[in-house]
Design a protein around this ligand. Structure first.
Ligand code: ATP
Ligand code: MG
Length: 391
């Protein structure tokens, strides 16, 4: 029996002229994800992507799991292929969906016929297949309004397919179709979720992490790598650039007004991130900030940070509550890693009473106490890179 995976395209089906290039990106992404699941052909026809195994030695369960995490797919299902002949379609429906049919109490058959040369029309096919299934599974009843099981028959150019209810896919837009973003990743709860959220909208990701050894440990860095590996199950390969801010942080601690230390550090993080973004060809920055969550995320503090931005800074969690972020973190399986304890460079030297309503004038004056340009250049001279991939 030949089995395939059918993926339905989401929003990208609506993108008019761009549709072709969106589909090409999606197909490339799917192929890359399936590399270690065996050999497949991946083709697009009539708003559906067909993932078809070539020969034996393919792992369909693994392939299905991978397809569930590809952005740009609104729903997916495994389907049994049948010869385009009504008897064969009926038999395949009864065999391929045996478990589902045995479990269900009621069902209906929905047919779509895109091959108009097939000699039966959709309602007739539905009726015939339905009648056959009732004979084979006499416990079943037909319920056209609220059936337990919807048996779908699709008669396409190349073959007929039968399947049950499709499952919801990862949604969004194919990674890479929207450009490239640099995510500031910290090892906390928020930034991996922010990264995932923007990858869902089509951004390919590069990541920057700020470390301050010896105040921060190698374990903190390792945690970031493991978090990105989780995100990469959805976002594909991610390059991680690590920047050491030790000297800069010490200078801020020793010379700048204590209550402005955090905002000043964040301005330098943004400046450093922008330089990395330029080097890596990223067109925007992504952070995990959420309005009012901590002192550096008040409107006034964000305004002071944003004042040094020269490219769009996306903060997809700005309006999200912690509980909502936790829910997403659990869904993408970053939660358990995020709550491990290692020190982050943001939590060392934290002021006792950070100012929650700094003004730009105050911050710019406070910043003059250090030679920021030199310190930034120094930090940018010593970058470490790693390539992270889930598979
Ligand atoms: P998170 O849960 O992502 O750590 P947070 O609530 O702890 O966020 P902050 O520590 O104020 O908030 O950081 C806000 C954002 O700044 C983070 O979401 C992240 O995008 C960025 N950031 C913070 N620390 C670092 C770091 N060490 N390296 C890179 N980016 C960082
Ligand atoms: Mg943090």
């Amino acid at each position: 029996m030949r089995e395939v995976i059918l993926l339905k395209l989401g929003e990208i089906a609506l993108k008019g002229l761009n549709r072709r290039s969106f589909e090409d990106v999606l197909i490339k992404n799917i192929k890359r994800r399936l590399r270690d699941a065996g050999e497949f052909t991946v083709t697009s026809r009539q708003s559906t992507i067909y993932v078809e195994p070539l020969g034996d030695g393919t792992d369909m369960d693994l392939a299905e799991e991978r397809c569930a995490r590809v952005f740009g797919v609104v729903s997916y299902t495994r389907a049994g292929a049948a010869e385009k002949n009504l008897d064969k379609i009926q038999e395949q429906a009864a065999e391929y969906l045996r478990e589902e049919l045995e479990e269900a109490r009621s069902f209906k058959v929905e047919c779509r016929r895109s091959d108009k040369k097939f000699p039966y029309q959709s309602p007739e096919i539905s009726a015939q297949v339905g009648g056959y299934l009732l004979e084979r599974y006499p416990h079943l009843q037909v319920d056209v309004h609220h059936p337990d099981l919807e048996v779908r028959v699709e008669v396409r150019e190349q073959s007929a397919f039968v399947h049950a209810n499709a499952r919801p896919g990862a949604g969004g837009i194919p990674v890479g179709a929207g450009g490239k973003g640099l995510v500031l990743i910290s090892g906390g709860l928020d930034s991996p979720v922010a990264a995932w959220t923007m990858a869902k909208r089509g951004l390919a990701l590069t990541a920057v992490h700020f470390a301050s050894p010896p105040y921060t440990s190698e374990l903190a860095h390792d945690k970031v790598v493991r978090l990105l590996r989780k995100v990469s199950q959805y976002a594909g390969r991610i390059k991680l650039v690590t920047v050491e801010l030790t000297h800069l942080q010490e200078e801020i601690r020793d010379r700048c007004p204590e209550d402005l230390g955090t905002v000043i550090l964040r301005r330098y993080m943004l400046r450093a991130a922008q330089q990395v973004a330029e080097q890596e060809g990223c067109q925007c920055l992504i952070t995990g900030e959420s309005l009012g969550q901590v002192a550096s995320q008040t409107l006034q503090a964000i305004a002071c940070t944003d004042a040094v931005a020269e490219m769009p800074v996306f903060r997809p969690l700005i309006g999200a509550d912690k509980a909502e972020i936790v829910q997403l973190a659990r869904r993408i399986d970053t939660f358990d890693t995020s709550i491990e304890p290692y020190e982050d460079c943001c939590t060392i030297f934290t002021p006792r009473h950070p100012r929650t309503k700094p003004t730009l004038e105050m911050v710019e004056r406070g910043e003059q106490a250090i030679d920021g340009k030199m310190l930034l250049a120094e930090a940018m001279q010593n970058l470490q890179t790693a390539h992270i991939s889930a598979y």
